[in-house]
Design a protein around this ligand. Structure first.
Ligand code: NAD
Length: 356
């Protein structure tokens, strides 16, 4: 593949193989290198995939075969890495959340724009067929006036999970069920309904007493479009069950469980509805019980999109700018939980939410 787009994966931890397998399975992408400050770890995975190993990002950025960097570092390290990649003229696919603050997010977006590089984010749940069907039906007005949009994430993560890497139990590093696990499902609500205008959140630690983080989030959301919603997200609820996304309008209801469309009902049926009711793979694990119980197909779509976007010089399907309102909702939830009162959006950064 002489003209293949070269990928370098920064951070060789838990999520890195999802990116690596996605590049391997892509049309027109080539895995070139991993980079991780943990020498043993990066050498092991690089040998497994038969690619180069770097321990410093600066060195990987000198490699002319690396055209795209997948930023798979702990959350608080995304910003500095993205800025470096943009300055070196590399396209960037960052893991979620894109950064810890709106200030950092805007800074990264501006840097990538200045450098004329693509800047995408792996909030990969957006690409699921059932979610796409809901988004299309909303755009077509099939739900009528939208009334409710809810996300339920009743997951389980063990105490060992929280202690498996130092950053996983560190608020400063961007850990906590809201910004780390629920981010995807807050993002789906934002993707489907548009931005929020007010949130009210409560956060608790129900089952991880020696971890100084919230393991449970309860939030009310008022969306700008007039609909309401709730987000219920936890890593305390053994054994962990599939996520549920529900959208209700005056004229219809859709419910997705895991990846499956389980309810698709409209006052007016359409011929395509029968097929939509069968969308989603019942066997596909979605991470409810363990972080690695997850397929890589969704990451694969996002990686393939980056390749196609670069080759045809178009915008990526999930630009970081489209994820900024999700981060804003999440930040508003932390601010609301800290103040014990509702918070109106837009919010400004309050760095004290990361100090605990
Ligand atoms: N999209 C998803 O579904 C999904 C799922 C899990 C995690 N994530 C995201 O992926 C990112 C990484 O999570 P993870 O679970 O793989 O973390 P991890 O701790 O397993 O891996 C992170 C790696 O980064 C390395 N690292 C830390 N600082 C470094 C530095 N300065 N330079 C080079 N390497 C450094 C560590 O040695 C480690 O190997 C996070 O942003 C997380 O939110 C996304």
């Amino acid at each position: 593949m002489a003209n293949a787009l070269g990928f370098g994966i920064l951070g060789a931890g838990m999520i890195a193989p999802f990116h690596a397998k996605s590049v391997k399975a892509s049309q027109g992408g080539r895995l070139v290198a991993f980079c991780d400050m943990a020498k043993d770890r990066v050498e092991k995975i690089s040998a497994e995939y038969d690619v180069k190993a770097y321990t410093l990002l600066d060195d990987m950025l000198k490699d002319p075969e690396v055209h795209v960097v997948n930023v798979c570092l702990p959350n608080h390290l995304h910003h500095a890495a993205v800025i470096k990649c943009a300055a070196a003229g590399r396209h960037v696919l960052t893991e979620k959340p894109p950064a810890m603050t709106l200030r950092e997010t805007d800074d990264m977006i501006a840097a990538c724009r200045r450098a004329n590089v693509k800047f995408g984010c792996t909030v990969q749940c957006r690409v699921r067929e059932a979610i796409q069907a809901i988004r299309t039906a909303i755009a077509q007005g099939r739900f009528g006036k939208l009334l409710h949009a809810d996300a339920y994430m009743k997951w389980f993560r063990s105490v060992e999970y929280y202690h498996s890497e130092a950053w996983r139990s560190s608020r400063k590093s961007g850990a906590g069920v809201t910004v780390q696990h629920a981010f995807h499902y807050v993002d789906l609500l934002q993707y489907l309904m548009g931005p929020a205008k007010r949130v009210q959140a409560r956060m608790d630690n129900l089952a991880h007493p020696d971890v100084r983080l919230e393991d449970t989030l309860l939030a009310f959301v008022d969306f700008q479009n007039g609909a309401q919603g709730v987000v219920q997200a936890s890593t305390a609820l053994w054994p962990g069950t599939d996520i549920r996304i529900e959208v209700n309008g005056v004229d219809g209801t859709a419910i997705v469980v895991g990846e499956r469309m389980t309810t698709w009902k409209f006052r007016e049926d359409r011929p395509e509805d029968e097929a939509i009711r069968r969308l989603g793979d019942a066997a596909q694990a979605t991470g409810a019980s363990s972080p690695t119980a997850l397929g890589f197909a969704d990451h694969g779509v996002v990686v393939q999109d980056m390749i196609d976007a670069v080759n045809t010089n178009r915008e990526v399907v999930i630009p970081v700018s489209s994820v900024r309102p999700t981060l804003e909702m999440v930040l508003a939830m932390y601010q609301s939980a800290a103040k014990r009162q509702p918070v109106d959006l837009p919010v400004i950064d309050d760095d004290s939410i990361w100090e605990m």
